[in-house]
Write a protein that binds this ligand. Structure first.
Ligand code: BTN
Length: 251
């Protein structure tokens, strides 16, 4: 079976310096993003990397093999491709840095690893990072960073922990402006610098809290330099954090 051709790209958006492929309806912007990443790598990694944005996803992907549901036309669903020159082992930390930059741009908090949350730990946005390998297996090829930001959606059936900018009474509901602000925030990160990870620590709503993650319960005592969460001092590399007590209850 032949590999499907990636979609043709428009010229770069002058404000972003990247092509923005805007689709009405797609299965997943991350799937298209991976196809475009593959094509970019196979062509030698030349030219600006694109952004893919869609009004409606029919098979949106979430972390840990879950799906991502969003009412059509209400939220911001996009994927931005990034090719930092980094060892592959540094990729999880880079994703935290990009999530922190987006949290800053939106004045939101962070739940480890990269959920954007409000002051009551309700999820406003999720981030799914996938990797398309390059020529060297030990280096980053292209990171396909998918972001689902709840903008205008007001009902989240079966998801009591979710909210949206509209429900928070926030004025920034223009999805184009939000897309531009978030892509600029991501592009502005000096990946791998100390300050970039400190931005995550500053916005964290996880550190200093009692958490349940990866079958363990304890105090989130720190964020290691590779992005691992330290729970009672022991590193957790992947998983979903459940905050088991409010921010003041650390015992
Ligand atoms: C999470 O589970 O928290 C991550 C959710 C990421 C969802 C976004 S929506 C745009 C992009 N395309 C996808 O299929 N998933 C991501």
């Amino acid at each position: 079976m032949s590999t499907p051709l990636p979609p043709a790209l428009p010229p770069p958006d002058p404000a972003l310096g990247r092509p923005v492929l805007a689709l009405d309806r797609v299965d997943s912007t991350n799937r298209i993003g991976r196809q475009l990443a593959r094509a970019w790598l196979d062509a030698g990694g030349l030219g600006p990397l694109p952004v893919v944005v869609a009004d409606h996803q029919t098979a949106g992907r979430g972390r840990q093999g879950r799906s991502w549901q969003a009412e059509p036309g209400q939220n911001l669903l996009f994927t931005v491709l990034l090719a930092p020159d980094l060892p592959l082992a540094r990729a999880p930390r880079a994703v935290l840095e990009w999530a922190a930059a987006m949290a800053e741009a939106l004045d939101l908090g962070l739940k480890w690893p990269n959920d954007l949350v409000d002051d009551h730990d309700r999820k406003v946005a999720g981030v799914l990072a996938e990797h398309e390998p390059g020529a060297r297996g030990d280096r980053v090829g292209v990171i396909v960073l998918g972001v689902g930001l709840n903008v205008r959606q007001r009902d989240f059936p079966g998801l009591p922990g979710a909210t949206s900018l509209a429900l928070l009474g926030r004025p920034e509901l223009d999805r184009d402006a939000l897309l531009h602000a978030l892509v600029r925030a991501v592009d502005g990160v000096a990946v791998g610098t100390d300050g970039a990870l400190d931005r995550w620590r500053t916005r964290s709503r996880t550190l200093g809290r009692r958490v349940r993650v990866a079958g363990r319960e304890g105090l989130a005592t720190g964020l290691r330099d590779d992005g691992a969460l330290l729970v009672d001092g022991a590193p957790v590399l992947a998983g979903d954090v459940e905050l088991v007590a409010g921010p003041d209850a650390t015992g």
